[in-house]
Design a binder for this molecule. Structure first.
Ligand SMILES: [Zn+2]
Length: 211
């Protein structure tokens, strides 16, 4: 599946994809049902050791959740992405780790279960990129609440059907997305059903830029 030309594609339930997004390129992530969490990662196209960092964006912005206006920075504190539009409930989570095989084992799943971590690495591999670590993800459409005693509460999804987030690349990026396969907890809604999302590449860099 190619994601880099402009146009809209389905990000199937429980699946992921990675694609190159040159500086100035914009991508709209649409949540048709309003319930689906979408894990997002970004890497500098020139050097994947520079990546969108939840630790650093919390430090730079003094926030634990992402809204319009939050500076989405790398581990080198450089702007990587901007939120141009957000019609969702906002307060996108930065605290919870992307799901991985160990989590599903802990939840009692037997045999292979798809995960956001595997979706990230499969998506990167499909475009010839290997990253030997899994950064913390920006969890779009997922919200948690930090309680006064320091614990966190996982909230049910509360975005309206058809909500979207429009992002603009502030540097040449590799963007990776995972439609979270979580079907044991209610993070993707009370019926525990992962669903498709849509990804629209709105704009890419002028001809001559790497695609
Ligand atoms: Zn997940």
């Amino acid at each position: 599946m190619r994601f880099d030309p402009p146009g809209t594609r389905i990000l199937p339930a429980a699946r992921g994809a990675a694609f190159r997004l040159p500086a100035g390129g914009r991508v709209r992530i649409v949540n048709p049902h309003g319930t689906q969490a979408v894990d997002l990662w970004a890497f500098a196209m020139a050097d994947p050791d520079e990546f969108l960092s939840m630790d650093h964006l919390r430090s730079v912005n003094s926030v634990v959740a992402v809204d319009r206006g939050t500076r989405l920075v790398s581990n080198r504190r450089r702007p990587m992405l901007s939120i141009v539009e957000d019609t969702s409930a906002g307060r996108h989570d930065t605290l919870l780790c992307p799901c991985n095989a160990s989590l599903y084992e802990e939840l009692g799943c037997v045999g292979y279960h798809r995960s956001c971590a595997d979706n990230l690495h499969e998506g990167l591999a499909a475009i010839g990129i290997e990253v030997p670590f899994t950064p913390a993800s920006l969890n779009l459409f997922m919200s948690v609440r930090v309680e006064p005693d320091g614990t966190i509460t996982r909230l049910l999804p509360s975005s309206r059907p058809g909500s979207h987030v429009l992002l603009r690349a502030e540097m040449d990026l590799v963007l990776a997305l995972s439609s979270c396969p979580q079907d044991v907890t209610t993070i993707n809604g009370p019926d525990r059903t992962p669903r498709d999302c849509a990804v629209e590449i709105v704009e890419v860099a002028p001809a001559g830029e790497p695609a």
